[in-house]
Design a binder for this molecule. Structure first.
Ligand code: SF4
Length: 401
C-alpha cells in the first residue's frame, strides 16, 4: 500500500518542497517504510528515495512542481529521461519502457497498461499527470490551495493537512493533467466500479471522505451493525485504537452500553499489519496497546477490532487483558472474515496464514483465549457503507477483474 501526492504551482515563485513533505506525512498511515520525491526546477527533474518515513526524510529539493510517495515498496519514484512517476497499486509493466511510453503518449500508455494502479507522473514539459485505477479500488483526489497550487493526492488528508481544499474525487479510469493555469481531464477507461472495502474499514483516514461518505460515519455505522448482529450482554465496550474506536462508539450507542478507552499508546502510531519486520510487529502491538487496568478489572468486556489476519495481535491483547483481571472477553471484528489474498497490492497474507480461512470460530476463540468471537457480515458491511459497488474479494466475495 502507498500514499501518493503531486503538487504543481501556477506561479514559479512557489517552492513545493515543504508542501510535498507534509502532504506525504498526511498519507503515511497508508505505508511509511520508504519515501520518494521528484521535484521539477530549471528544466530538470531531481528525484530521490529515502529508507524512512516522510516524517523522518529530509526532503531537500526545491522546485515549483513535485510528486511524492510514502509506502512499503522501494524504488519510487521511477525516473527515466524527462519523466518520473509514483504508483499506488500493481503496475505490471517494465518500469523503464512504461516511463518512455508515458512520456510519448500518456493516454495510450495508461489505456494499455496492465495492472490495477493509481499513478502520478511529473514531466519535464511541466505537467503533472494523475490517473485513478479503472475500478476505483483506491481513492485519488483533486484539490488546490487557493489559486496558487493544484494538488492531487491519495486521500483528502494529503490535501487538507497542507491547508488545501479538496475539490473532488478523480473518477475510476480518469486521467487529470495539471499545468500552469490549466487543469484538464479525460475519461480513459470505464469498468464496473469496485472500491476496496478495506479503505472504509481501516485503510483511509478517519477524517477523510470516500465516494461522498465520511469515513468516520461509516465506521460508526459498522459499530451499529455489529450491535444489531451480535448484541452481547457485557459491562463495557472497548475499541482497539485507533480504527476501532468509532466501532465501539456505534456499538455502545445502539445498545446503551458503557464505552471505555481501554488502551494508551507509547510513541507514534505503528500499523502492525504494515510494519516492516517481525520485531516491529511484536513491539508495535505492545506500544500500540498498553491496557488501562481499571477499564478491564472484574468486567465483562466486548472488545472490538478492525480486522483479524493471523490472530497474533489479538492473542497478545487478550492475554494482557486477562492479566488485568478481565472476567469475560468477547471479540467483535468490524469486517467480514479475511479468507483470501489481495491481488491488487494490499498486504493481506496468503490463505494459509489467514486464521479465519483455516479454523472454525470456536477454535479461533480458543486459540486467542477469548470467550467468543464474531465478525461483521457482508450484508452488514454493505449497509454500513451504503453501496454495493465494492471489492470484497479477500472476504470471500467478488474480485472486480
Ligand atoms: S481484495 Fe480486499 S484488500 Fe484487495 S482491493 Fe479487494 S477488498 Fe481491498
Amino acid at each position: 500500500m502507498a500514499g501518493i501526492s503531486g503538487i504543481l504551482a501556477f506561479d514559479k515563485v512557489w517552492n513545493v518542497n515543504k508542501f510535498l513533505k507534509y502532504s506525504l506525512i498526511g498519507l503515511q498511515h497508508r505505508g511509511y517504510n520508504f519515501t520518494g520525491v521528484a521535484v521539477y526546477n530549471e528544466g530538470k527533474i531531481e528525484s530521490k528515495t529515502y529508507n524512512e518515513s516522510p516524517e523522518d526524510a529530509e526532503v531537500s529539493y526545491d522546485g515549483w512542481a513535485g510528486i511524492g510517495y510514502s509506502g512499503s515498496r522501494k524504488g519510487y519514484p521511477v525516473k527515466v529521461g524527462g519523466i518520473a512517476y509514483v504508483v499506488d497499486g500493481v503496475l505490471k509493466e517494465n518500469p523503464e519502457e512504461f516511463a518512455k511510453d508515458l512520456l510519448k503518449d500518456p493516454e495510450r500508455a495508461l489505456e494499455n497498461a496492465k495492472g490495477v494502479f493509481n499513478l502520478i507522473a511529473l514531466t519535464e514539459n511541466e505537467k503533472i499527470i494523475a490517473y485513478r485505477d479503472k475500478f476505483g479500488l483506491r481513492p485519488l483526489f483533486l484539490g488546490g490551495f487557493g489559486f496558487d497550487l493544484g494538488i492531487v493526492s491519495s486521500e483528502s488528508s494529503g490535501i487538507n493537512v497542507i491547508g488545501g481544499d479538496t475539490k473532488r474525487e478523480i473518477n475510476p479510469g480518469e486521467m487529470v493533467v495539471l499545468e500552469r493555469f490549466n487543469v484538464e481531464s479525460k475519461q480513459l477507461r470505464v469498468e464496473r466500479k469496485a472500491t476496496c472495502s478495506i479503505e472504509y474499514i481501516y485503510q483511509s483516514r478517519i477524517d477523510g471522505i470516500l465516494e461522498k461518505s465520511q469515513i468516520y460515519d461509516v465506521r460508526i455505522r459498522i459499530g451499529e451493525e455489529l450491535a444489531k448482529e451480535w448484541p452481547i450482554s457485557a459491562d463495557t465496550v472497548v475499541g482497539v485504537p485507533d480504527t476501532a474506536l468509532p466501532f465501539a462508539i456505534g456499538y455502545s450507542r445502539k445498545l446503551g452500553l458503557r464505552v471505555d478507552l481501554g488502551f494508551t499508546r507509547t510513541g507514534s502510531p505503528i500499523r502492525t499489519m504494515i510494519a516492516g519486520d517481525n520485531f516491529l510487529k511484536v513491539v508495535g502491538v505492545q506500544l500500540k496497546l498498553n491496557p488501562i487496568r481499571s477499564a478491564f478489572f472484574g468486567k465483562r468486556i466486548v472488545l472490538i477490532d478492525d480486522s483479524m489476519v493471523t490472530g497474533t495481535t489479538l492473542k497478545n491483547t487478550v492475554f494482557n487483558l486477562r492479566k488485568m483481571g478481565a472476567k469475560e472477553i468477547h471479540i467483535l471484528i468490524g469486517s467480514p472474515k479475511l479468507v483470501r489474498p489481495c491481488p491488487y497490492g494490499v498486504e493481506v497474507p496468503s490463505e494459509s496464514d489467514l486464521i479465519a480461512a483455516n479454523l472454525k470460530d470456536e477454535d479461533i476463540a480458543k486459540v486467542i483465549g477469548a470467550d467468543s468471537i464474531h465478525w461483521l457480515s457482508i450484508d452488514g458491511l454493505f449497509r454500513s457503507i451504503g453501496n454495493k459497488d465494492l471489492c470484497y474479494g479477500c472476504m470471500g466475495g467478488i474480485y472486480p477483474g
